[in-house]
Design a protein around this ligand. Sequence first.
Ligand code: FAD
Length: 418
Amino acid sequence: MSKVHVIGAGLAGLSAAVQLVQAGASVVLHEQAGHAGGRTRSFHDATLDAVIDNGNHLLLSGNTSALNFLTVIGARGRLTGPRGARFDFFDLETSDRWNVDLTRGPVPLWVLYKDRRVPGTNMTDYLKGLKLLTAGNRSVAALFGDQGQIYRRFWEPFSVAVLNTPADVAAARLLMPVIRETLAKGADASKPLIAKNGLSDSFVDPALNWLERHGAEIRFNARVDKIVRDDRKVTALASDTGMEIVGRDDGVVLAVPPWAAAALIDGVAMPNKFAPIVNVHFKLETAELPGMTSPLLGMVGSVSHWIFKRDNVVSVTISAADDLARLPNDEIAKTVWNEVRQAIGLDGSAQPPVRVIKERRATFVATPDQLARRPASRTDASNLALAGDWVDTGLPATIEGAIRSGELAAGTLRKLTA
Ligand SMILES: Cc1cc2nc3c(=O)[nH]c(=O)nc-3n(C[C@H](O)[C@H](O)[C@H](O)COP(=O)(O)OP(=O)(O)OC[C@H]3O[C@@H](n4cnc5c(N)ncnc54)[C@H](O)[C@@H]3O)c2cc1C
């Protein structure tokens, strides 16, 4: 394999590019935007005069592909989080506060301790999680919806966060690989991790620097408009700057979102329904928040789902936010601030400066019919592989899934062209 064109510089494309360079290919990265990162990026916001992320992103220490990627690009130290596998929660309806604190090792001893598990739950509630093994096409609500507090305080928030899909339609089986790789391995694989100084600082800039240092060519404002092929191979890429020939031994990784891929390739089923995520960023006058002792706080019984804190900016995530995303930004900000000020312990405070970001197609919807549309990385063109969080990695549409899809695409091309 002499040269590989990677189309799309989101995390899937960056991961594929890094893998391919490591395998000895000469890589050209084509990105339509003026920056890399795609749905995982940071920018300076003028209203808040702060660098914020397009949306909060949570990883777990069992996300091995993401952590390996960061290690290779020299950015493993750019994630932070609480010392243990500890998740703090606040229930807005009852004002209860608690934390779930996992123990080490694959035997979930933490469920034996009342003060380490979700209040109002008992050990057998957790055993019922085994139903996931035979979930078939059932939704999270169909499996666990009748289980009281453990559903309301664990299964629903967990599944909405991981699948970005309402629990009454989300395919429960897609939680299984996540649990297998993280929670089921105990605390060491379940520590929450977030970007220390922003997503671009952790994932994107170090990857671009690494690729440049290793000879990759990176082209911004370089949208690929057409993939030209014969019946066996991709032969050229067309863009508004002209036609680029793809040589006989060259490869192509298509690492764009499904709505962009659908315009570039025919005959491949792919997810076509998406769900929004809304993020609301507030710049506070103080970084001292009595209600937040960790950089992450889960919310239950509220519109708000997760609060992230970086210095004096608190950012609130609402996933599967179809209804909320239809409201005007000032209304969203008001609703969310009214909840968040109680959670973070700034009860009487007026609403601080705010920025609302609606990512309307944050991820595909994780319903059984959409999962059935996920394609393999391999295509019928022998030098074309697909990457992206929507490709069938077996994982949900997450950073881990996107980075793993890049590994998969690089491996597919290596095999096909060997
Ligand atoms: C608000 C929000 C919150 C999220 N929260 C989490 C979280 O907490 N944890 C988690 O793990 N995941 C989270 N995710 C999911 C995660 O961000 C995505 O799964 C991941 O970023 C997808 O990466 P990707 O490379 O597959 O796609 P993208 O990031 O969409 O990258 C595709 C790239 O292709 C480029 N492109 C498109 N068309 C062309 C073309 N024709 N030519 C050239 N380039 C093109 C685009 O500009 C883009 O840069 C969240 C997503 C959002 C939006």
